[in-house]
Design a protein around this ligand. Structure first.
Ligand code: HEM
Length: 493
């Protein structure tokens, strides 16, 4: 009897929840076609750990341009062709420029001062301007080239010291990137490559924690009514972590401000903190911006470098061709960032890596600010929009042999990732295009070139490179399985 009452009560409870929280689920009029959603969960059960690949298949079923689905109570529209991407990122760029802010990151102080998560408001415009004209200006990028070159060489020396041993490449590349950022931002190393307990352990732990929290799923993203309860404490954890990071940086900012006031003159290091202080930004904004540069720049760039190393390991003839290009262009000199414009094959390798393995396969989710019509379909206000850059870059209708790693395809082509060629958009497009492109391309170029010029490597236990199976997971690839393990080998230089 009790079981019957409990079952009836549960049914009523589910119907209640359905009616009150999910009634908009039936409001699919005019939406792009898509798989039929289940009550309450929508299409969530169809979502595995590689949505970009599953979404590519769904796109084929539903006409190739736009399809829609329900993730819990959220309506999501996915653009999967260059023409659909053009509509989202260019034609309707303004109306579709809102961001869907992940529930764990809805920490008011951070979102309001954020480039990544805020709306395209006056504050966002000002921060983007500071990025364009100061932080990522060609003058700034050039003036810091020696730092990146030195850190790339430090990585090589570290790997030479591990000759014959197995190294998990993502760990050392990520550590190198975090240190480059530490130097660019506040003139300090954060990691000690050879000693996991060394470096600024506190800062390192906070950064790891933030990235891990960014990667963990939050049920409230599918059922927003859960958001205000923060059931699993994810938002509180992000807020705590941010607070701790801001305290460390706050002390440094106070010290820099004090030194400037005491007439100690300009800080001896021309780093991002100096620029942001000179630009008159307050501590809140500086903290948020620094956090975003670390967050948005380190994981994406290190994942791309790991993929480039993986592809070069799989394709030794391409690695050899790159080495020969460097020999003929820079000879016995150590490769420098200023050589990159004269190394077209290196540039083509970077582009081909970004084509096959975009670090954010579906860009960052956008949100419709108003209801609008796209390609004859209705996109309702507040609908989430994703652009499947991964699927577009592997579409056999657009690319010859799309799954083949072939840098040659970029050699006689003007195709670029700056947001004008919608078949190749690893950095997104439109007003929210990644502002870090000038820095990211320098990092990736100089690290790949320095590794290839100074080192050789193989896979552990005589494993043949053709056996190397490479899979990407959704979004950020820190936890990529299987991790790429290499055995470094010094070469004559
Ligand atoms: C391989 C490296 C990188 C990739 C693939 C990448 C990719 C992306 C993508 C796809 C977006 C979203 C664009 C859109 O919504 O249309 C984005 C936004 C952003 N990226 Fe990057 N990024 C990389 C490196 C960097 C670096 C090095 C920085 C800074 C140091 C950076 C800072 C940002 C910021 C601040 C945004 C937010 C822009 C906005 O919403 O207005 N990224 N990135």
């Amino acid at each position: 009897m009790e079981i019957v009452s409990a079952t009836i009560a549960s049914i009523f409870f589910i119907i209640f929840i359905y009616i009150f929280f999910f009634k908009d689920q039936s409001n699919t009029k005019g939406l792009p076609p898509g798989p039929k959603p289940w009550p309450i969960v929508g299409n969530l059960l169809q979502l595995g750990d590689k949505p970009h690949a599953q979404f590519a298949q769904l796109a084929e079923t539903y006409g190739g341009d736009l399809f829609s689905l329900k993730l819990g109570s959220q309506t999501v529209v996915v653009a999967s062709s260059p023409s659909a991407a053009t509509q989202v990122l260019k034609t309707h760029d303004r109306i579709l420029s809102g961001r869907y802010v992940f529930q764990s990151f809805r920490v008011e102080k951070h979102v309001n001062n954020s480039i990544v998560w805020s709306e395209c408001n006056e504050n966002w415009k000002m921060l983007r301007k500071v990025c364009r004209t100061e932080v990522f200006s060609s003058k700034m990028i050039e003036s810091q080239a020696h730092l990146r070159e030195a850190k790339a060489m430090e990585l090589v020396e570290f790997l030479k010291g591990r000759e014959g041993q197995v190294v998990k490449i993502i760990e050392v590349v990520f550590g190198t990137l975090v240190n480059i950022f530490g130097r660019l931002i506040f003139s300090q190393d954060v990691f000690d490559l050879g000693d996991p307990t060394g470096g600024s352990a506190e800062m390192k732990d906070h950064i790891w924690q933030m990235l891990e929290m960014g990667n963990s799923a939050n049920p409230a993203d599918y059922f927003p009514f859960l958001g205000k309860f923060d059931l699993f404490g994810q938002r509180r954890a992000v807020a705590n972590c941010l607070q701790q990071i801001y305290e460390v940086w706050g002390a440094m900012l106070r010290e820099r401000r004090r030194a400037a006031k005491d007439g100690a003159g300009t800080h001896p290091h021309h780093d991002f903190v100096t620029i942001l202080l000179d630009a008159g930004l307050d501590d809140q904004r500086i903290n948020a911006l620094l956090m975003e540069l670390f967050g948005a720049g380190t994981e994406t760039s290190s994942a791309t470098i790991e993929w480039a190393v993986a592809e070069l390991t799989k394709n030794p003839t391409i690695k050899e061709k790159l080495r020969r290009e460097m020999e003929s262009v820079v000879g016995k000199e150590r490769v420098k960032e200023s050589d990159i414009p004269r190394l077209p094959y290196l540039q083509a390798i970077v582009k081909e890596t970004l084509r096959l393995h975009p670090a954010t396969p579906m860009l960052l989710p956008r949100r419709a600010l108003e209801t609008c019509q796209v390609m004859g379909y209705t996109i309702p206000k507040d609908c989430q929009i994703m652009v499947n850059a991964w699927a577009i870059a592997r579409d056999p209708k657009i690319w010859k042999d799309p799954l083949k790693f072939s840098p040659e395809r970029f050699l006689d082509s003007s195709l670029d990732f700056k947001g004008n060629d919608f078949e190749f958009i690893p950095f997104g497009g439109g007003r929210r295009i990644c502002p870090g492109i000038p820095l990211a391309t320098q990092f990736i170029g100089i690290i790949v070139a320095t590794l290839v010029q100074n080192l050789d490597w193989s896979l552990p236990n005589g494993m043949d490179p053709s056996e190397l199976v490479m899979e990407e997971k959704f979004g950020l690839t820190l936890q990529k399985e299987p991790p790429l393990l290499i055995v470094p080998k010094s070469i004559e230089f």
